[in-house]
Design a protein around this ligand. Structure first.
Ligand code: XIL
Length: 392
């Protein structure tokens, strides 16, 4: 794996920080020390120049990769400027909400007997009209379950409910879907189960085999779609992320050993700006271990939380961009990685405004385009990583 010059520079910075750490607690308040530590991560001289005018879509395609983003229906439907940016920059669209069981607005599953495909169909048509690939998120998850779920689904009918959902939803788009996140976030090492499975309603109602059932039914229903297991918390050199990487690998090995048709790992890659525990060697090894199982890899929800970063947008944007480029330099070095999707395209519409808002009230800046749809250094970082990626 080529040594990424910027990552070795980062290592030098971290060594410097290590020295500071021994001083850090002397005299300085912790929060002031932490912001100093994070400011020290900023490298004002780092070069983020992106050569040429090509869009992220074009730069990805030139390497046999796909770049795209998640988008929520109300934004894409009502914001023509955002929609135009989306078509220019993205080669694949994933509904942020429309293919989950239930997100307030126009839910897919308003009641046990009804499917409302209004949003998902409109977005499928938008993708088709604009020659975009379409991907589904997500058939089985413990979040975004409908209000009626807990009073309606029980151990007697759970499998029938699950199978009907997958057959109806995946069946509607069969042959048109690039890939499906069949099961999302099934691993939680803090649950201390031997199999490290998250204690979700699906596990409690159906046992661990709910995962195998979901993939088998999805494969029967849409043999053309790439079937993905998707999860988060796999990025950093922390005990938690290391444990989760190990648990995800064991899950994938278990599934493969039983002939369960999982074909790819989706790595959400919600990065944390200012997180210094980044080990490119360990991360690269993880990607290699997944690929060695014959699985493809998609980066499915890339963004950078900037809540711990300084308010100064020039500093913040540089640190966010550095996080993106350093991460993608490792990820895209693995030929099994076929796609990079950000979870949103513009800071105008990002889940992090609600879920990881800043204590100073400043608008978050996690995505390639700013709220005025102008490219940021984050855009440059992704462009540079795509330009540097080995051709597939
Ligand atoms: C998030 C959406 O972006 C939010 O709008 C919603 O309120 C909660 O879910 N991992 C996932 C995504 O797999 O489905 C989540 O999306 C973000 C974390």
């Amino acid at each position: 794996m080529p040594k990424h010059p910027l990552v070795s520079r980062r290592r030098a910075l971290l060594l410097g920080l290590g020295t500071l750490a021994s001083m850090g607690t002397l005299g300085m308040g912790r929060s002031k020390y932490l912001s100093y530590q994070i400011e020290a991560l900023d490298d004002p001289k780092r070069d983020f120049t992106a050569v040429g005018e090509a869009s992220l879509k074009e730069r990805a395609a030139a390497k046999g990769l796909i770049y795209g983003a998640a988008m929520r229906y109300p934004a894409l439907f009502s914001d023509a400027k955002l929609a135009n940016c989306f078509v220019r920059e993205c080669g694949i669209l994933v509904p942020e909400w429309g293919l989950k069981w239930y997100v307030p607005g126009v839910p897919l599953r308003p009641n046990p007997d009804k499917f409302d495909f209004t949003e998902a169909d409109w977005m499928a048509q938008f993708a088709k009209t604009n020659s975009l690939l379409y991907r589904g998120h997500t058939l089985v998850w413990h979040e975004s379950l409908p209000p009626w779920f807990k009073d309606t689904v029980n151990s007697q009918n759970a499998e029938q409910v699950l199978v009907k959902h997958i057959k109806t939803v995946a069946g509607r788009y069969a042959g048109k879907m690039h890939s499906w996140d069949v099961v999302n976030e099934a691993i939680a090492t803090y649950e201390k189960r031997q199999d490290n499975l998250r204690k979700t309603p699906w596990l409690e109602l159906l046992g661990p085999n709910y995962i195998d059932t979901a993939f088998r039914v999805a494969a029967e229903t849409d043999p053309k779609a790439l079937l993905v297991y998707n999860d988060f918390g796999l990025e950093y050199d922390t005990p938690e992320d290391e444990a989760k990487r190990t648990a995800v690998l064991k899950l994938l090995e278990r599934l493969k050993s039983k002939g369960t048709p999982v074909q790819a790992l989706g790595i959400q890659a919600h990065l944390l700006g200012g997180e210094t525990r980044f080990n490119s060697k360990k991360l690269r090894e993880f990607f290699s271990n997944v690929a060695s199982m014959g699985l493809k890899i998609l980066i499915t929800e890339l963004d950078v939380t900037d809540k711990n970063l300084p308010k100064n947008t020039a500093v913040r944007d540089r640190i966010v961009a550095a996080s993106l480029e350093d991460y993608l330099a490792v990820a895209l070095d693995e030929p099994a990685v076929i796609a990079v999707l950000t979870w949103g395209l513009s800071d105008r519409v990002t889940w992090l405004s609600d879920f990881q808002s800043r204590s100073d009230g400043a608008a978050v800046r996690p995505l390639p385009l700013d709220a005025d749809l102008k490219p940021k250094l984050a855009w440059n970082a992704i462009a540079r990583a795509l330009d540097s990626a080995p051709k597939r």
